[in-house]
Unconditional design. Structure first.
Length: 72
């Protein structure tokens, strides 16, 4: 079963390359489709094949932490 979540970030606060770096770091657990709309960066996250829900939730949490870490 595929798991998904959408995260939205304000372009004034975050750089797109930060989201891309975090996505690359999480590549073993999830896929990130990053787009821009109305001043917002939208990250549509989905689990990789074989990743269960708890592992996906953990990966999303780590993704969010990495975004903050890379932005700082």
């Amino acid at each position: 079963m595929k798991h998904a979540e959408v995260l939205v970030f304000d372009e004034r606060l975050y750089d797109v390359d930060v989201l891309q770096k975090a996505a690359y770091r999480s590549i073993n657990s999830l896929m990130a489709d990053i787009s821009c709309s109305d001043g917002k960066l939208v990250c549509a996250l989905s689990s990789n094949i074989g990743v269960d829900e708890p592992s996906f939730r953990f990966a999303v949490q780590e993704f969010r932490k990495d975004i903050l870490d890379y932005q700082l």
